[in-house]
Design a protein around this ligand. Sequence first.
Ligand SMILES: Nc1ncnc2c1ncn2[C@@H]1O[C@H](COP(=O)(O)OP(=O)(O)OP(=O)(O)O)[C@@H](O)[C@H]1O
Ligand SMILES: [Mg+2]
Length: 531
Amino acid sequence: MIAAPDAPLPTPDAAAVPAVELRGIVKRFPGVVANDGVDFDLRVGEIHALLGENGAGKSTLMNVLDGLYRPDAGEIRVLGRAVEFRSPRDAIAAGLGMVHQHFALVPTQTVTENVLLGLARPRLRLDLRHFDEEVADLARRHGLAVDPRARVWQLSVGEQQRVEILKMLYRGARILILDEPTAVLAPQEAADLFRTLRAMVAGGSSVVFISHKLGEVGQIADRVTVMRRGRVTAAGVATRTTTPAGLARLMVGREVVEAIERSPFAPGPVVLRLRDVAAESDRGLPALRGVSLEVRAGEILGVAGVAGNGQSELAQVMTGLRRCTAGSIVVDGGEVGNRAPREAIGRRVAHVPEDRTGVGTAPDLSVADNLIMKSYREPPVARRWSIDRGAVRRFANRLREAYAIAAPSVETEARLLSGGNLQRLILAREIASEPRLMVAVQPTRGLDVGAIATVHRLLLDQRAAGAATLLISEDLDEILALADRVAVIYEGRIVGLFDAAAADVATIGLLMTGGSATPAAAPGDAGRSVP
Ligand SMILES: Nc1ncnc2c1ncn2[C@@H]1O[C@H](COP(=O)(O)OP(=O)(O)OP(=O)(O)O)[C@@H](O)[C@H]1O
Ligand SMILES: [Mg+2]
């Protein structure tokens, strides 16, 4: 069916010639040496994980390989041939494609149109049906379930990622670089992706897989390379010889013990009360179907569920980013449902959103401006009718230090931060607003193990300070470690509510996937709300 549009693929002697060899790669940015003489090898037919703390230089190294950045020094060989890519276009012509941490799809166009984007054909839309079939076939063969005619804005993040992978496969990529692909995936979606990747490498493709999840690195990768502050600290180690704890030590250079200490549960008055809240998804389908919940001061309520069961919409109705079609949302006695976001902010609702670059930050503004977004109307930042730039800088520098946001300065544009540092920026801003209610959606997504421990501590500090927290996470371990109570969401309904201390993982897992709990395992306490 589809021939690779440009260059034919070299057919290497699989065992002998590495898919990729990087030698002595140096890449400097103003104020940072992101890659400081890095060597890296990718064998044909392997999945090679790249690990490292936030800001270690993983994405930079792969952007150099992909032709997005020119290295300041070093050599790149692809399938034995020295290359100097001037752009990702050159890379893809050599059979190498990268899927980034932040996707680059056109939301208003269909899946097929996105897959074809930038290719010489088709100039006309006439033949689109033919291409729909081609894309559907390619998707089927690689186990990447997605509807070619759907528009990208209608897709879940997991589906959008499949489109990005399809784009590369359609162009004939045999070397695939995936930058934190599972950070945005639910466990089931990750399992599907792993199956796809396994099949691809069995067919002679090669994969670089960047991840912070040590468990899955051991599960999916054949070898692992660890980076730390721009350098390699472990090169191409076979994963069967490693343990998650050992990998963590290599990453951060010390023992990582995540012993979470929680103060006893001392709930105060009700801060958040949802009554029969209903809302629609972007596609106009029912996303929330009568959700009732309460969260008290000093309490963390964890909302567990598989992605796409209404979690995003739940966070959005509470922060004024989505309309409710029914019900009420009261924070500290005042209605915030169907009000402008300012109403929620005025009631000191903080939001750590799912979407860091669209909702969470303004990528083209500086770190400082992003940090003051919530407080620019208040002193000391606001000075009568203007903004006190000196105060802004002091405020921003204080947060940068306290939250260890790695950026050359607070004047650096937010889009230049590494993925994990962007998340720290959002957390810093939201926590600095001293919230009454914190709505945190996947707050540790994309963070390295050390940073995850820090965020967990911060959320527990908030709880101790009397904030109410709604923690929406697909990571059940995270919920069980932090939450006082656990609500399970499925198809827009709360299908179970448990005391975390007494919660049974198997029962929650069952409810998350649409099963029903046995009566004994789901106590009918007063706070429980089952439609
Ligand atoms: N275009 C750029 N301009 C300036 N600095 C940059 C740019 N891209 C990356 N950096 C800096 O280079 C360093 C390495 O960043 P990189 O994105 O490679 O880290 P990473 O290992 O991918 O981290 P994460 O796990 O958080 O995604 C960081 O200090 C980052 O701020
Ligand atoms: Mg990165």
